[in-house]
Design a protein around this ligand. Structure first.
Ligand SMILES: [Ca+2]
Ligand SMILES: [Ca+2]
Ligand SMILES: [Ca+2]
Length: 173
């Protein structure tokens, strides 16, 4: 079972992914997300990130039952199994990292991170308080390893005090 804390983390992301706001995820939501990302991808091939994001749809749909519509509870079923899908999770983290690294210097700056969260959320989001928590060594940038750690913790972890809890911004109340 996913924990109550994991549910709290995922509920905000679920709302973000539910682009048409009908309370369920469908392939159309994923197509809309992929378009949003394509518009801002950094120096990487924009199709790469879009295809990785779209690639999660069959994984989610496999939990959906026959209706091809994914509810929050069904997303949580997938979250429970992510511990066994470490390669797919870290591969997604790397694709995200490359898309966020707009100037291609191999690091995510505070402003690049802000742009990521706004793109992900589709709306302006405050990130000034969150970034320092994610920047574990305090050098002003996120490395690929820092980002991968946080991303994996968010999706597969269950530790309320881990900085990765905030990788998409503050949790919704
Ligand atoms: Ca939807
Ligand atoms: Ca950069
Ligand atoms: Ca750092």
């Amino acid at each position: 079972m996913a924990s109550e804390f994991q549910r709290r983390k995922v509920i905000g992301v679920f709302r973000t992914m539910d682009v048409d706001g009908d309370g369920r995820l469908t392939e159309a939501d994923f197509q809309a997300l992929a378009q949003r990302w394509k518009a801002v991808a950094g120096p990487v091939d924009p199709e790469r990130l879009a295809s990785i994001m779209t690639g999660w749809w069959p994984v989610l749909r496999s939990a959906a039952g026959p209706d091809d519509v994914v509810t929050l509870d069904e997303v949580l079923l997938v979250v429970e199994s992510l511990g066994d899908m470490a390669d797919a999770v870290s591969g997604t983290a790397d694709a995200m990292f490359e898309a966020i690294d707009l100037n291609g210097d191999g690091l995510i700056s505070r402003s690049e991170y802000g742009a990521l969260i706004e793109t992900w959320n589709g709306t302006p989001t405050a990130t000034d308080e969150i970034f320092p928590r994610l920047d574990l060594d305090g050098d002003g940038h996120l490395t690929r390893d820092e980002f991968r750690t946080h991303w994996t913790e968010f999706w597969a972890g269950d530790n309320p005090s881990a900085p990765g809890t905030y990788v998409f911004g503050a949790l919704v109340e």
